[in-house]
Design a protein around this ligand. Structure first.
Ligand code: UGA
Length: 434
């Protein structure tokens, strides 16, 4: 089938590439000609394991194209995906400007009746609004059908999640549209849920809100464990074996970040408010997360009293491993606070340094070399559980740091290993090893 995808961010690019990999002919459209130029030459614009190979392969096999021209990109497409950003507005609601622009570009350029699929995370009701917007602006009586097909991929494992996800959700107005999209998605060999549009839109928000709730729940349990001398990892293991609870998303730490959970939880609170529902549970989830990001700093201040002039190695800038994305990363909260308290920060990340410089400025030191970050440091703060940090070997802290004091926001190390080492160690929801 001939498919067009508007937007080449995480969702759009991975969707377009995956659809071409399963045999469709796909043109990805982006307004940024620089991105298009790179992608056309097989150079990925985001870091995502496995993506580069797939882009190169499918360009080579003549199934994947990139353009910044809507007229060319939308020509002869039977299905058009909208996968542009829906960033957070100041009041917490989702900003639909990019989705509306995409809709108007579609209306101005399609040459046949088409199915429009909204992949972007949008508030309930948006699909109908977009359908009306397009149909009001098309020429020659062309009409579109609309479908909601929310995305569940995670950054850092986007390619894997796209091919081995748990389900595909298709919300449509009629059976015929659902059947066409089920056919498009058949090669992914995943359970397909066909439902109405509003429910599909809500499935996305409810899923992200539930996952964020699991994280804030375990973080609260972690904080209580600390006061009572229990170990949150043992607690999570014991809870997770109950299949009704499940082991995933029960990893306590410095709080969730990224481009989705913070934005989508706020948007759902707004959406509920618009429907006269006070979503108190979700408001608490957000509050717990905001607090969680500074609890580690409280520990640092309790330990030192004053950190001015101290050299601090901050390990990890990205909001999670395997991505160079810093959006809503706890590093963006922690580092400015450490610097404001007079600490000399040296921040390590294997791939996110250039993004970090844009957001955190050049007043702190950066390095892509883990060992040089630790050199002569007074203490270390772990923000991202990068594999090389987890594998570091605890003796390295003793060898390189001035004083081997580690505040671990991601519980990277086994307490039994820590006990055998000579480091002073503080983690989340587990007894301190001082
Ligand atoms: C999340 C969802 O997991 C995806 O299903 C969804 O498609 C995506 O949002 C989206 O809406 O686009 P993502 O933000 O890429 O994916 O990353 P996650 O792996 O879910 O991690 C989010 C944050 O939660 C990270 O900061 C991570 O460190 C934190 N986290 C995750 C925890 O603190 N504990 C956990 O147990 C799991």
């Amino acid at each position: 089938m001939k498919i067009a995808v508007i937007g080449t961010g995480y969702v759009g690019l991975v969707t377009g590439v995956a659809l071409s990999e399963v045999g469709h002919t796909v043109t990805c459209i982006d307004v940024d000609p620089e991105k298009v130029e790179k992608l056309s030459h097989g150079i990925p614009t985001i870091y995502e394991p496995g993506l580069e190979e797939l882009i190169k392969k499918n360009i080579g096999q003549g199934r994947l194209f990139f353009t910044s021209e809507h007229r060319t990109g939308l020509k002869e497409a039977s299905v058009i995906y909208i996968a542009v950003g829906t960033p957070q507005r100041k009041d917490g609601s989702a900003n639909l400007d990019y989705v509306e622009h995409a809709a108007l570009d579609i209306a101005a350029n399609i040459d046949r009746d088409t199915i429009i699929v909204i992949k972007s995370t949008v508030p309930v009701g948006t699909n109908f609004h977009i359908k009306n917007l397009i149909n009001k602006n098309t020429k020659n009586g062309i009409r579109v059908k609309i479908a909601s097909n929310p995305e569940f991929l995670r950054e850092g494992s986007a390619v894997k999640d796209t091919f081995h996800g748990d389900r595909i959700v298709i919300g449509s107005e009629d059976r015929e549209t659902a059947d066409v999209l089920a056919e498009v998605n058949k090669p992914f060999e995943m359970p397909i849920i066909k439902t109405d549009i509003s429910s599909a839109e809500m499935i996305k928000y409810a899923s992200n809100a539930f996952l964020a709730t699991k994280i804030s729940f375990i973080n609260e349990i972690a904080n209580i464990c600390e006061s009572l001398g229990a170990n949150v990892e043992e607690v999570a293991k014991g809870m997770g074996l109950d299949h009704r609870i499940g082991p995933d998303f029960l990893k306590a730490g410095i709080g969730y970040g990224g481009s989705c959970f913070p934005k989508d939880t706020n948007a759902l609170v707004q959406l509920a408010g618009n429907a006269n529902h006070e979503f108190n549970l979700l408001k608490s989830v957000i509050e717990v997360n905001n607090k969680q990001q500074i609890l580690l700093l409280d520990k640092i201040m309790t330990r030192f009293g004053d950190i001015s002039g101290k050299r601090v190695a901050v390990l990890g800038l990205a909001f999670k491993p395997n991505t160079d994305d810093l959006r809503e990363s706890p590093a963006l909260v922690m580092i400015p606070k450490l610097a404001a308290l007079g600490a000399n920060v040296i921040a390590y990340d294997p791939i996110a340094v250039s993004n970090a410089k844009r957001q955190l400025g050049t007043e702190i030191e950066y390095t892509e070399d883990l060992h040089s970050a630790l050199n002569n440091a007074d203490f270390t703060v772990i923000i991202t559980d990068w594999p090389d940090v987890k594998k570091i070997g605890l003796t390295v802290f003793n060898k390189l740091m001035k004083t081997a004091i580690v505040f671990d926001g991601r519980n990277c190390f086994d307490l039994s290993d820590v006990r055998q080492s000579e480091i002073e160690y503080y983690s989340v929801g587990r007894p301190d090893q001082a």
